[in-house]
Design a protein around this ligand. Structure first.
Ligand code: MG
Length: 173
């Protein structure tokens, strides 16, 4: 299960130390949507998202939304902040994302993948040899599709915490 270990850990995407991202020459955040940026039932960006996007822009970091969810969901969410996105990404598969990065001339070395699921987000990132940040899911509530993954995820995550394998990239630490 070593292919699931993230580079870093943060409680949420909103707790990430942006200075540390800059120290690591990160120019792009590839972020999962559901339970990473907002709960899965929230259709449009809230104040936290808007503030984060603004702050990242000031630091020359681009936020891209990479989700297995539908084009409609991604378009509705991404348009208000003019975010680029990839829908139906087929994570943990990495082929579609690899092609997307290539088409947009984005070097994976300049990216960090942020997501709340070990079995989709972190696995995908590690296949791409992309740096990654595991976050806690924003809400307990979630779609039936992620319920079983979450049971396994919880067990592995607990073990990683116990073994001290999760390196913090949070502000003030
Ligand atoms: Mg998610």
């Amino acid at each position: 299960m070593s292919n699931l270990i993230p580079t870093w850990y943060s409680r949420s995407i909103y707790d990430i130390d942006i200075d540390k991202l800059k120290e690591n020459n990160i120019k792009y955040i590839l972020s999962d949507l559901d339970n990473t940026l907002v709960g899965y039932d929230i259709p449009t960006p809230n104040e936290s998202v808007i503030n984060l996007v603004t702050k990242l822009k000031e630091n020359n970091i681009n936020l891209l939304v990479i989700s297995n969810n539908s084009y409609k969901r991604l378009k509705t969410f991404s348009n208000p902040c003019s975010l680029n996105f990839l829908s139906r990404a087929r994570k943990p598969g990495s082929k579609k994302l690899a092609n997307y990065l290539k088409e947009n001339n984005i070097d994976v070395k300049d990216c960090v993948f942020v997501g709340d699921q070990l079995l989709t987000d972190m696995w995908c990132a590690n296949k791409l040899k992309c740096k990654s940040i595991l976050v806690d899911p924003l809400q307990k509530k979630e779609s039936i599709f992620t319920f079983f993954n979450r049971l396994i995820d919880k067990k592995i995550r607990k073990r990683y915490h116990k073994q001290g394998r999760l390196v913090s990239i949070m502000k003030g630490e």
